[in-house]
Design a binder for this molecule. Sequence first.
Ligand code: 5GP
Ligand code: ZN
Length: 118
Amino acid sequence: MAGEAQPDCLFCKIVAGEIPATVVRETDTTVAFRDINPQAPTHVLVIPRVHYANAAELAAGDPAAVVDVLREAGEVAAKEKVVDSGYRIVFNTGPGAGQTVFHAHAHVLGGRDLQRLV
Ligand code: 5GP
Ligand code: ZN
């Protein structure tokens, strides 16, 4: 069923507490934790507890969860004190864009001068 935990999904295992993560914030619908290979002083992943392969599928299947992820990205940025300096929210979608974990997630990047991509 859409949104159900997938047994082979790394991020579903983090949601279930089966794989440890450095959790920054948690809500009823989201988990935010530090990226294992940070690309900036602040590099936090915000994931919905429900499993969808990417942000677009999440938006189609559970629109409220997208709002929760984005609100949480803002809360993480505030907690990390990167709101004033600016931060970036990234949803890599598809292997050609660098997506390696197929459970929707927002990268929240901040704390350094972020090179302009677009
Ligand atoms: P993607 O490349 O799919 O957009 O992002 C996946 C991210 O997950 C990568 O930045 C990678 O460093 C991170 N990652 C992969 N495995 C783990 C893990 O076991 N724990 C944590 N905290 N991050 C992970
Ligand atoms: Zn998953």
